[in-house]
Design a protein. Structure first.
Length: 146
């Protein structure tokens, strides 16, 4: 439900931003044409208030929407990686993440390293010499049992 409202809200704001950009451009051009006809005071007011202001706000809003969407995507990737590790006994590898999430091996490695820097995973080397990322919670659970 939250995801649907996020998408609907983002789509609505994006539509309003596009309308704002179009209106801003129209009024900026109108203000410029009034200035070119010799009425600089009216042209400046029309261009600034009704043109540049909505244009600026719309551009800011679009960048905000795109930033929020990117952050949401990164959080979803993090949740999915943690889920993959839980399915595999608290451990995962870049290859498993690549196969499950359709990321490149470099992207999977980068995301796992980021989660390691956030102290969610710990990097280990398996007996076969492969990099294995283990959830910290799993390590704590094993240490308490022994």
């Amino acid at each position: 439900m939250h995801r649907v409202s996020f998408i609907w809200g983002s789509s609505l704001w994006l539509l309003l931003s596009i309308i704002g950009i179009i209106a801003g451009l129209i009024f900026s051009i109108l203000g410029l044409s009034i200035i070119l006809k010799g009425d600089t005071k009216t042209g400046s007011i029309v261009g600034s208030l009704f043109g540049l202001l909505p244009l600026s706000l719309s551009i800011w809003l679009i960048t905000r929407i795109l930033k929020d969407a990117q952050e949401s995507k990164l959080r979803a990737i993090e949740r999915n990686i943690i889920g993959i590790a839980i399915q595999h006994g608290g451990k995962t590898t870049p290859l498993e993440v690549t196969l499950k999430l359709a990321l490149s091996i470099e992207e999977a490695q980068k995301e796992l390293d980021l989660l390691t820097s956030k102290d969610i995973f710990e990097l280990e080397v398996s007996e076969e010499g492969r990099l294995v990322y283990r959830l910290k919670e799993t390590l704590l659970g094993e240490n308490e049992r022994t």
